[in-house]
Design a protein around this ligand. Structure first.
Ligand code: PEP
Ligand code: MG
Length: 908
């Protein structure tokens, strides 16, 4: 029981230049509610209203409707009385009715995700009052039918479950239009609108068995509860899922006096932005419609007009409309209603100054009076985000730290990859959704086999999943699409490294290699059909969509300089080729944190020697094959060292199980047998011998090096000789040799011995030396536990959080795609731990490993090279853990640099 002293406020009022809440109360009032309160406080004319808090949403979910209404009833009644006073109307009155809007408002904006009811309070009697007051019968009946349509849909369940199903109200409208032989809603007569009202009510009764509520209070409670319900509706749940917002945030409900933009030619409605949300340009812009309601602007039925004269002229030029026609038919608000425009322009300045960020505002003009309905920090493209932050810095609105904190590091991604042309994307047909594994846009013709990746000029490689054998084809294809696999599947990791667009784990795809078809929802796509992938959203689109190269603006470079002034932790890159290394350097990488040497073996001319080595049954045979590989590896390393010009380069010894290198298809096995002059059976039996039940936990990492030390010896030789060769050419190197998958100290010591002996013998022979260090991946939980013992011998640790996550959770990296999506949907996990470091669990091992390691080796260098090294929240964690560097894919380097700067700023 709540006693008088513990009664909390559940309803916050605003309007008439005062408010109970303010903008700091977003968690409680939702973004919209907090802003309405704040705007009201600073003298912006918002229609009066009140906000029911997000806590009430949670109470509603726990207690249900019947217990929640009594908790808020008195406060709501009081708040309605306040609105009545300001608007000089009365809720439920027949003569002078107050009409209300009821909207959701979570703490972050979730556009189009939650339901809204407008014109609440209308019934057969109130409509007469509205007509008398406005002398606009058409408007009144139009409002009434819109109300029934929205209320019926949102509150009474008249909206169809599937979007393919016809909306019953739209069916009635279409039917009437057909009967009357008209096309537009605006052509309806008053009688038509009246007919619609009655037909709509009839439809409600028939479908739900209930009468449409006539009592405004019943209407209000129904709408409020429906907003709470919509928090757990499909759209909202989906939006929460893709953005990682927790279910327990809840939504607030905003109830506000209605103002009308459709009360004649002195009324109108629009949206505006204080700066350009696409480019960031500092120009006030937006669109409006005369004699219209808010949804008309977004519905696209009428062509909205521009707010400013400049915008209008620019628009007319693009639309190829003459100046004369523009002025006559599409004048700007600035030209049409100069006084209102000046007032609006004043408010946009006030609001941007107040919030110190670009604002996205909605406004309505009701019979010559301007009302601001809402303002929020405007959504913007990555390019606009950078420009606006840097401009605000230059304008002195923000200081350096604030400007940096305004950057959402993940959004920088848009500036680093090709993107779809926004105009071309408008008509795009999305056929399925997968995981946004590697960002960018790709359009091309379908091929199903890696070997066919150059069959057409632009190809999309479509596979159930990819394997290392597909590497070359992945290089050649424009984009990669897989039906299986998660964010750290082979396809995803490799594609991100290449900066190649990739969608993985698109479960809806049925791929048939025999018929060379891909089926989605019964629709069949063949080899050669065009599809497009949006690797940033996971959208798979039918047909060709034009792409364009990203434009790296000057502000982007300035931002990076600024980031480096504040970041104390270094950002390295994961790069396997000199080309990747060079790309990463241009993005500001300060070294290489991981070179996966196995990727070098997959290249066409090398895989043969590699296979020969694997198929050899004696040490001698293996050494012979390794001799062929040595010069290739050496020249790779030389290229990488050269690209990095004296920056540290961590090279990891061979990691994956050998079976990944041998062919699994009969045809390739035959080819190999012929090449090596051995029998097909010999190849087959070796492949079978290498097969493992659990390759991720099998014969890989240093277990390979410890069973075949000659491989380690060859790799150590290639690294040391490459460094010495560069020394001869006067180029400095800092090789760091990294041993993978260490779990015991002895595993490390054995490998270290091979490396040191190899190095010493080369130094003795060439009578010269270089400095090098030896360290280990920490990617097995046991290594983190024994970090103090390992660090007595290792020069550095690099946390391999891909494997560490796999082994800590016990989720196979290759198979997690089968259950992770369901876990995320059900909220069992809040985020994919392969994408966002699990700070709570895996993070403990990282902290423990770092701390224990530094206890016995205070000079221990510590970094991370798992996929998390480029994910902003994980980068922040690594900073707090005291790491020297993070290492990530080349295309994520700028993201990590900003994240590192932000981490340092946050700590101060
Ligand atoms: C890791 O396990 O985090 C890692 C970087 O190595 P790989 O992904 O190659 O196993
Ligand atoms: Mg690993």
């Amino acid at each position: 029981m709540e006693t008088a002293t513990t009664v909390k406020t559940r309803v916050y009022r605003f309007g008439d230049k005062k408010a109970d809440g303010n903008s700091t109360m977003k968690n409680l009032l939702g973004g919209k509610g907090a802003n309405l309160a704040e705007m009201s406080r600073i003298g912006i004319p918002v229609p009066p209203g009140f906000t029911i808090t997000t806590e009430v949403c949670t109470e509603y979910n726990q207690l249900g409707k019947n217990k929640v209404i009594p908790l808020i009833k008195l406060e709501v009644e009081e708040a309605i009385r306040e609105i009545e006073k300001t608007m000089k109307t009365k809720f439920g009155d027949d003569e002078n009715p107050l009409l209300l809007s009821v909207r959701s408002g979570a703490r972050v904006s979730m556009p189009g995700m939650m339901d809204t009811v407008l014109n609440l309070g209308l019934n057969d009697k109130a409509i007469e009052g509205v007509i008398r007051k406005t002398k606009n019968e058409r408007f009144a009946w139009d409002s009434y039918r819109r109300f029934i349509q929205m209320y019926g849909g949102v509150v009474m369940g008249m909206k169809p479950e599937n979007k393919e199903d016809e909306d019953p109200f739209e069916e009635i409208i279409d039917h009437l239009k057909e009967k009357r032989n008209i096309k537009l809603d605006t052509e309806f007569t008053v009688q038509d609108l009246q007919d619609l009202v009655y037909d709509f009510k009839d439809a409600v009764k028939k479908k739900t068995g209930k009468n449409f509520p006539t009592d405004p209070w019943d209407q209000l409670w129904g709408a409020v509860m429906a907003v709470f319900d919509s928090w757990n509706g499909n759209r909202a749940m989906y939006y929460r899922k893709i953005h990682g917002y927790p279910a327990d945030w809840g939504t607030a409900v905003n109830v506000q006096a209605m103002v009308f933009g459709n009360m004649g030619t002195d009324s109108g409605t629009g949206v505006c932005f204080t700066r350009d949300a696409g480019t960031g340009e500092n120009v006030f812009n937006g669109e409006y419609l005369i004699n219209a309601q808010g949804e008309d602007v977004v519905a696209g039925v009428r062509t909205p007009q521009q707010i400013t004269r400049l915008g209008s002229e620019r628009w007319a030029q693009l639309a190829q409309i003459s100046e004369k026609e523009r002025v006559a038919s599409y004048p700007s608000l600035e030209e049409l209603m100069p006084e209102i425009f000046t007032e609006l322009d004043g408010y946009q300045k006030t609001l941007e100054n107040h919030y110190r960020d670009m604002q996205d505002m909605e406004f309505t003009i009701q019979q010559g009076k301007l009302w601001i309905l809402q303002t929020r920090n405007g959504k913007r493209t990555g390019a606009a985000m950078v420009k606006i932050a840097m401009d605000l810095l230059e304008e002195g609105v923000l200081d350096e730290k604030e400007a940096l904190m305004r950057i959402d590091p993940n959004k920088l991604d848009e500036l680093l990859h090709p993107i779809f042309d926004p105009a071309a994307l408008k008509d795009a047909e999305i056929i399925a959704q997968g995981l946004p594994a590697s960002p960018g846009a790709a359009t091309g013709q379908i091929v199903f086999f890696a070997e066919e990746a150059s069959k057409y000029k632009y190809t999309i490689l479509v596979r159930t999943e990819t394997s290392p054998e597909d590497l070359e084809g992945m290089h050649l294809a424009r984009g990669i699409l897989t039906a299986r696999g998660g964010m750290t599947s082979h396809a995803a990791v490799v594609a991100r490294g290449m900066g190649k667009c990739c969608i993985s784990g698109a479960g809806a795809l049925k791929i048939n290699y025999k018929t060379r078809t891909m089926t989605v929802d019964g629709k069949v796509f063949h080899d050669g059909d065009w599809i497009s992938l949006n690797g940033s959203t996971g959208n798979i689109i039918e047909g060709k969509v034009a792409t364009r190269e990203p434009e790296l603006s000057g502000e982007f470079g300035e931002l990076m300089v600024l980031a480096d002034q504040y970041a104390t932790m270094k950002v390295r890159t994961n790069a396997d080729t000199p080309k990747d290394a060079a790309v990463a350097r241009s993005f500001g990488a300060q070294g290489i944190g991981l070179t996966r040497t196995e990727h070098m073996f997959f290249e066409v001319d090398r895989i043969k020697a590699m296979r020969e080595m694997i198929l050899a049954s004696t040490v001698k045979g293996r050494k012979h094959a390794l001799k062929d590989l040595l010069p290739m590896q050496r020249s790779d390393f030389e290229g990488i060292f050269e690209a990095m010009q004296g920056l540290p380069v961590t090279i990891r010894l061979l990691d994956p199980p050998l079976h990944e290198f041998v062919p699994h298809q009969l045809a390739t096995q035959k080819e190999l047998a012929d090449e090596l002059h051995i029998s097909l059976d010999a190849v087959k039996s070796k492949v079978a011998e290498l097969e493992e039940f659990n390759p991720m936990l099998g014969h890989r990492g240093c277990r390979l090096g410890n069973t075949y030390p000659e491989i380690t010896e060859m790799q150590a030789r290639a690294i040391i000789e490459a460094a010495l060769n560069l020394k001869e050419r006067g180029i400095e190197t800092h090789p760091e040799i990294m041993i993978p998958l260490v779990g015991t100290v002895n595993e490390f010591l054995e490998q270290e011995k091979v490396i040191r002996e190899t190095a010493e013998s080369i130094f003795a022979k060439r009578k010269t030396k270089i400095n090098y260090s030896i360290g280990t991946m920490i990617e097995i939980p046991r290594a983190a536990l024994l970090a103090d013992k390992i660090a007595e011998h290792a020069d550095f640790f690099s946390f391999g959080t891909n494997d560490l996550t796999q082994m800590t959770f016990g989720y196979s990296r290759d198979d997690a795609g089968k259950f992770l999506p369901i876990y995320l949907e059900k909220g069992i996990l809040k985020e994919d731990p392969f994408e966002v470091l699990d700070q709570e669990g895996v993070g403990q091992l990282v902290l423990m490993g770092t701390e224990r390691g530094r206890k016995t080796n205070p000079h221990l260098k510590v970094g991370i090279c798992g996929e998390h090294g480029g994910e902003p929240s994980s980068v922040e964690f690594c900073y707090r853990a005291g790491m020297n560097y993070v290492s990530c894919s080349p295309f994520r380097v700028p993201i990590a640099r900003v994240a590192a700067a932000q981490a340092a700023i946050k700590e101060k």
